[in-house]
Ligand binder design. Structure first.
Ligand SMILES: [Zn+2]
Length: 191
């Protein structure tokens, strides 16, 4: 009987659309029967026994992805969470200097976030409710910084860089735009 060729160490199973959580299937020789899954920097890593046939791996990847998405939908943050988070960031990164009138999610597909410093309105795209918390936090810090600085000058980025994951989160959003649009032009901007 012919044995199957060794599987690649890791493969990204599918990135069907931008709303889906990307899944990476990792075959493990130590793992015998059980399958485990955990989020690693925005990618769901599904560990399967190395002997498991490819079709079964895919089924597990899909099952785990749906499970995590169900959990996420239940845990989806609302406007109140956003407001509380903003207060926390105001204290942590802006010495409590900021004030605003309203922070909420809104249906906006072209932009991840927007801020009107004059009216004190901050809106985050409702698509971010599905994104990893550390990415959503970055957009929130970004919009909060606009309350003090309207444009993206050095002073602006100095404030935003107080948030430790800001560069990684920017990269994440760019990658998400590419997955959705497949073009070099970003589909979403942050204002
Ligand atoms: Zn901006």
């Amino acid at each position: 009987m012919k044995s199957s060729p060794p599987a690649a160490a890791a493969q990204v199973a599918r990135v069907a659309n931008a709303a889906d959580i990307p899944v990476r299937v990792v075959p493990s020789r130590r793992r015998r029967r059980t399958v485990s899954a955990r989020m690693v920097e925005g990618v769901l890593e599904v560990r399967v026994p190395a002997w498991m046939p490819s079709a079964e791996r895919q089924r597990w990847a899909e099952r785990m992805r749906l499970r995590v998405e169900r959990q996420r939908r239940r845990a989806k943050p609302g406007d109140r969470e956003l407001e509380e988070r903003a207060r926390e960031f105001n204290r942590r990164y802006f010495a409590a200097r900021l004030s605003w009138t309203s922070i909420a999610f809104a249906e906006q597909n072209r932009r991840w976030g927007s801020c009107s410093p004059d009216s004190g309105l901050i809106r985050l795209s409702s698509r971010l409710a599905e994104a990893p918390g550390w990415v959503r936090d970055y957009v929130l810090v970004h919009e909060l910084a606009h309350l003090l600085e309207a444009n993206h000058g050095p002073r602006f980025w100095e404030m935003v860089s107080a948030y430790p994951l800001y560069e990684r989160a920017r990269g994440y959003l760019i990658a998400l735009d590419h997955a959705a649009g497949g073009s070099d032009e970003p589909a979403s901007e942050i204002d």
